[in-house]
Design a protein around this ligand. Structure first.
Ligand SMILES: NC(=O)c1ccc[n+]([C@@H]2O[C@H](COP(=O)([O-])OP(=O)(O)OC[C@H]3O[C@@H](n4cnc5c(N)ncnc54)[C@H](O)[C@@H]3O)[C@@H](O)[C@H]2O)c1
Length: 340
């Protein structure tokens, strides 16, 4: 029997990687994406289009989303459609409220109406972030029961939608699960974000701007490990729960930049140097997750080793000229998010 799954935000970084794996696993995918600046059609260039349908729609379009649910009768949805760049959220929070809060409300309502008419097996996987927990002190790790304490408009909108999802589970019995993942790296990421930005600056002999002192720490997971965790949660996760998804690999931003610069020099010559620039307002110092729950209860663990993963990622960005050419918005180097 054909098993249909809706993925929202599937033209973006994580969504496109997830769709490729879901198609390999035999699912038919309905991708809903509004094709914003961080999307790239080339991200899904090589998939089997017989197993895939794309709708260029905003998740706020209630009528169209409802129609897709009623037509395709999906067994689940992975919601990855979101505004995702913290710096952008500092300049223009309203876009984040629309997609990350109202958009999620709309998907929950579509699910509620769909499940009223169709008594079917269904799971709503809502993809959130470790940033909802806010700054974490040295030697501490966020667990799923910790209170949310977001610092940026981005993380506040993600946290808000997580709370709305929880309320829909409790009040309307929507079969939803929330996932909180750390920073991802890998192919298909729009170069406004730290890792692809550094690699492309190295390629273009530009300096590597690091915010503040560079001592801010982030946990880094390979995007494919994140996607496999999401599918594990879809198959085995418990309704109403949150699952942290982390790798345990925590690095200072300055150390990431140094490692990428040194690995890149194996492949190309560059004049790039690390430079420190004015810090981001409200910049969280440290995120770190305790991921014991998904490891123990769902038997998931990350497979990718950071050094191999980052080297492959560097090679991918250095070699994929076609992907770069197909970027919707090539203006990704300007400094934004400075407003206080
Ligand atoms: N990238 C990370 O490190 C990371 C870590 C943890 C969680 N997440 C979460 O994972 C999800 C995906 O992140 P990403 O890094 O792939 O982002 P991305 O910016 O690469 O992709 C987001 C996609 O969502 C689409 N989109 C945005 N608003 C939409 C709307 N209103 N309607 C339809 N489509 C819309 C965009 O067009 C884009 O294709 C987000 O929810 C993000 O919060 C990301």
């Amino acid at each position: 029997m054909k098993q249909n799954i809706v993925v929202t935000g599937g033209l973006g970084f994580i969504g496109s990687n997830l769709i490729k794996i879901l198609i390999q696993q035999g699912y038919y995918i309905i991708n809903i994406d509004k094709f914003s600046y961080s999307s790239n059609y080339f991200n899904l260039n090589d998939i089997d289009k017989k197993k895939y349908k794309f709708f260029k729609i905003d998740i706020n379009n209630q009528l169209k989303i409802q129609k897709i649910f009623n037509t395709y009768k999906p067994i689940g949805i992975f919601n990855l459609a979101a505004e995702t760049h913290v710096d952008k959220s500092i300049d223009n929070p309203k876009e984040f409220f629309k997609s990350n809060i109202l958009g999620v409300y709309n998907l929950l309502e579509a699910t509620r109406n769909y499940l009223k008419k169709n008594k079917t097996q269904f799971k709503f996987i809502h993809i959130s972030t470790d940033e909802v927990y806010g700054d974490i002190l040295k030697n501490k790790f966020s667990i799923e029961t910790d209170a949310y304490n977001p610092s940026s408009p981005y993380s506040a909108t993600k946290g808000s939608s997580d709370l709305i999802v929880k309320a829909y589970v409790r009040t309307y019995k929507i079969p939803a699960i929330i996932t909180n993942c750390c920073n991802n790296y890998g192919q298909n990421q729009y170069p406004e974000k730290l890792i692809p930005r550094i690699i492309l600056n190295i390629k273009n002999n530009k300096n590597l701007p690091i915010y503040g002192t560079g001592k801010n720490e982030r946990e880094w997971i390979h995007v494919l490990d994140h996607c496999l965790a999401l599918i594990t949660i879809f198959k085995k996760g418990k309704i109403g729960e949150n699952y942290n998804i982390g790798s345990g690999k925590i690095l200072k931003n300055i150390d990431i930049a140094k490692q990428i610069l040194s690995i890149s020099k194996k492949f190309i010559k560059t004049k790039s140097k690390i430079i420190f620039v004015k810090d981001r307002p409200g910049h969280d110092k440290r995120y770190a997750l305790n991921s014991n729950k998904i490891k123990k209860k769902l038997n998931w663990k990350p497979k990718y080793n950071f050094i191999n993963g980052i080297e492959n990622t560097i090679r991918w960005y250095l070699n994929n000229k076609e992907w770069l050419k197909k970027l919707k918005n090539k203006n990704y180097t300007n400094r934004i998010g400075m407003k206080n």
